[in-house]
Design a binder for this molecule. Sequence first.
Ligand code: ADP
Length: 169
Amino acid sequence: MKKTAIYPGSFDPVTNGHLDILKRALRIFDSVIVAVTDHRSKGPLFSVQERTALFRQAAQGLKGVSVENFNGLLVNYARKKGACAIVRGLRAVSDFEYEFQMALMNRHLSQRKKEPLETVYMMPDEKYTYLSSSLVKEVSRLGGDISHFVPRSVSAALLTKNRIPVKKT
Ligand code: ADP
């Protein structure tokens, strides 16, 4: 049976760290649905449509990936999509507590159905351990070069958001 996983997140915006996790997940699952969350409480820089489009562009060429946006309870969405697992990235110990809480809550919420939804954690390459979307946004806002950490389309989108003229190469 084909195994599908959901990779949820705000992806505001997608970074090379997110893509690293996605590629690792694709080695385990037949397909991965990137679910871009529409949680406005986080005050995202990019709209959910922009975040989805940026991830879609970044994942072009990767087989077995689809990128969608979603709003609501993750366990319901995962069931609807026929997914057997949730994929999340773990960087440092600081991620652990929140992730542990979420994984157990999602398992609990899904338990009424026959099979609980498991969460699979993956560690990125060391070079992405300290990378986060918020850091990228902050550095870019202050005029720093973030092109090593994000796909090209994201660099351009950040420059546009920050109204910095894009250099022609
Ligand atoms: P959320 O708001 O759901 O935490 P994020 O976009 O910040 O959304 O992150 C989505 C997922 O990707 C989370 O599991 C997070 O731990 C993981 N992640 C974020 N940045 C990195 C990175 N640099 N390397 C590996 N995983 C990451």
